[in-house]
Ligand binder design. Structure first.
Ligand code: NI
Length: 196
């Protein structure tokens, strides 16, 4: 089932999410719905808070990046098969040089900005079969995981921009939270504040 994506401004995107109960009988359905919702919106990643569930869970399929002609053959090969469900992930380390890449987010339509992040990460998580995984990632794979991991920590990529940049985007972000934005997929917006 395709679920509406929660837009910038909602509190669920700003809070630290809770651990997933792996015994939860609804978990399978939730993961299936997240894949469907992500693919429908042409995303490469989706975190549970973005569909209104404050849980430490995200899905990633980085295969669309494999079309990027600027990437080395080795990275293309890796990204093509980079598809995982991350349950209760724990970022073990982020190392290496900071590098910029233009990020976007399904919760923040039509805004794309350069975000600086460390190059390499080490992450622990449970996969779809609740099997323990530890991955060392770099480049774009690391980047997508860092972006989604931020979501379960209540951080959006716009929080990582300079104060000046954020100030410049203030109007656009405020419009998104009010629903004054176009997206190709269904979204849910923060209810308009009632006047005092
Ligand atoms: Ni995002």
């Amino acid at each position: 089932m395709i679920l509406p994506i929660i837009a910038y401004g909602s509190n669920v995107l700003k809070v630290k999410a809770s651990p997933v109960d792996t015994e939860d009988p609804n978990l399978d359905k939730l993961i299936t719905d997240m894949w469907e919702t992500m693919y429908n919106a042409n995303g490469v990643g989706l975190a549970a808070p973005q569909i209104g569930e404050s849980l430490r869970l995200f899905v990633i399929d980085a295969s669309p990046f494999a079309q990027d002609e600027d990437l080395a053959a080795e990275e293309v090969k890796f990204l093509k098969d980079f598809k995982w469900v991350f349950i209760n992930p724990k970022m073990i380390s982020e190392t290496g040089e900071e590098w910029n890449y233009t990020e976007g987010c399904l919760s923040i339509p039509n805004i794309r900005e350069d975000v600086s992040r460390k190059k390499e990460i080490n992450i622990y998580f449970l996969d779809e079969q609740f099997k323990e995984q530890t991955l060392t990632l770099n480049g774009l794979a690391a980047r997508v995981v860092q972006h989604e991991y931020d979501h379960i920590e209540g951080i959006l990529f716009t929080d990582r921009l300079s104060p000046l940049k954020r100030r410049l985007l203030k109007g656009k972000l405020s419009n998104i939270s009010k629903g004054n934005v176009n997206s190709d997929y269904k979204m849910r917006f923060l209810a308009k504040k009632t006047r005092k």
